[in-house]
Design a protein around this ligand. Sequence first.
Ligand SMILES: Cc1cc2nc3c(=O)[nH]c(=O)nc-3n(C[C@H](O)[C@H](O)[C@H](O)COP(=O)(O)O)c2cc1C
Length: 164
Amino acid sequence: MSNIAVFYGSTTGATQGVAEKITGILGADLFDVSSAGDDAISGHDVLLLGSSTWGLGELQDDWNDFLPRLEKVELSGKKVAFFGTGDQEGFGDTFVEALGIIHDAIEGKGVTVIGKWPSDGYSGTGSALKDGFFVGLPIDESNQSDMTDDRIAAWTEQLKWEIA
Ligand SMILES: Cc1cc2nc3c(=O)[nH]c(=O)nc-3n(C[C@H](O)[C@H](O)[C@H](O)COP(=O)(O)O)c2cc1C
């Protein structure tokens, strides 16, 4: 399988926990975006990009520095997927909006987006939801934590097919 890097930005640890589970299942390399170097981006064929959402639909803090750096690295030919945590009852109109922001920033850079995810079972909406699919995997630890492990298992299984 291609070499996979998981990048996460996480303020209270929720997205970090999801990133660690995904990393363990896929045998990937794990990077916190607050300390990841550009070589971590360029050195992998598959990038799984994770962020929580703060404010009203804003990137997790560490992503404010990392996203401009990510945009400057040559991404052409890479497969990318998005994941993140959010709270769809507290923030129903900006649910996991950070995924939409990151997706929109890099989708035109020659990447292949994998890991799109059906919206069944979610009530939240926002720019991460396009044509009935989320651009990546939303995890809601505030309201649906009982579904987290099954969602991660199914998503990583889907990724294995899309990466192969
Ligand atoms: C002040 C505040 C603003 C938030 N804004 C949003 C939001 O706009 N959309 C969303 O889906 N979740 C929002 N959340 C929920 C967080 O994204 C959620 O708790 C997340 O799991 C935190 O992940 P982290 O610990 O990895 O940073 C917000 C939470 C707080 C406390």
